[in-house]
Design a binder for this molecule. Sequence first.
Ligand SMILES: C[S@@+](CC[C@H](N)C(=O)[O-])C[C@H]1O[C@@H](n2cnc3c(N)ncnc32)[C@H](O)[C@@H]1O
Length: 204
Amino acid sequence: MTPERFFDRIAGRYDRAFAPAAAATRADLATLLAGRAGVALDLGCGTGRAFPHLVERGFHVVGMDVSLEMLRASSRRASAASVTRVRADLYHRWPFPDQAFDVILALHSVLAHPPARSGWTHVGAELRRVAREGALIAIDLPEPSWAEQNLRRVEGRYLFEDRDAAIEADVPDPREVVEALGLECSIVPGPLGVRALTARSSTT
Ligand SMILES: C[S@@+](CC[C@H](N)C(=O)[O-])C[C@H]1O[C@@H](n2cnc3c(N)ncnc32)[C@H](O)[C@@H]1O
């Protein structure tokens, strides 16, 4: 099943059944966004959990997701005029101009479902293209040990299952993802495993 279909199916239950606790998200974003301002891109924004936290800090927010149902579910958090939502696929060209964003988030394992690992190289190139100089890029990556304990392994990949739906998840050592992204990231403990974190100091 494609990520689009899978997340369309679970959109109605996502906040209840799958999302991290609201208080943890609030605390996490308060730390992450401290001292930051401008335009934020929320990749795989899902139900828009990050939107209110970004808006209350004065960000103009662009939420991008491939799942129309997740985007629909985000409408209640996107009422502020400063939130724009866009349906687009991470693994195709992103519909944004160069150097458009001061903060780019990909929270809660958004990058865990690439069509192939070369997809991460594409994502890295798009991140470099749309990030402004000095932009903060924060990407949550699941840890292999978590996947090993919680997901079923089929032919070298993991299956994330829910009722009658399933999606493949690619969960290598986070250093492999960072290498494929081609970004100089530090890998730090994150709320869900690890986080790849970079402040881009140049636009090349
Ligand atoms: C686990 S949810 C995380 C949602 C949100 N970031 C959060 O923290 O709650 C993963 C999201 O990534 C989106 N996604 C997965 N693959 C995608 C792709 N190829 N392009 C765009 N969005 C994608 C899904 O539709 C889903 O909304």
